[in-house]
Design a protein around this ligand. Structure first.
Ligand SMILES: [Zn+2]
Length: 101
């Protein structure tokens, strides 16, 4: 079972959390100026990398706070968790093929 480390509560089983999608999605600076295509891009299109990916999670069966996690989408390993007001940690991930991302 996957374990996530809540920045406030510590390590817990995945069943205590809910996924909230991609982290660090910037809100439009001037929403009234967006056309339909720009709104669609903001609302529906997200990155889908093979490798480290910053996601939002909520500790719904614990402190009920939101936080960010960097999870490797290839290995499913959680590389870091951090508070939403903290910057994304710089991470280098070594792959079995020797490539570093
Ligand atoms: Zn918590």
């Amino acid at each position: 079972m996957l374990q996530l480390t809540c920045p406030w509560c510590g390590p817990r089983d995945e069943t205590e959390f809910h996924h909230g999608g991609q982290a660090h999605v910037a809100r439009p600076a001037d929403p009234a100026a967006l056309d339909d295509a720009a709104w669609a891009a903001y609302l529906f299109f997200r990155d889908n990398p093979a490798g480290p990916f910053a996601e939002r999670w909520v500790h719904s069966l614990g402190c009920r706070r939101w936080f960010h996690a960097v999870r490797d989408t290839v290995t499913y390993a959680v590389l870091a968790t951090y508070r939403p007001d903290a910057p994304r940690p710089g991470l280098a991930v070594a792959r079995p093929d020797g490539e570093t991302r």
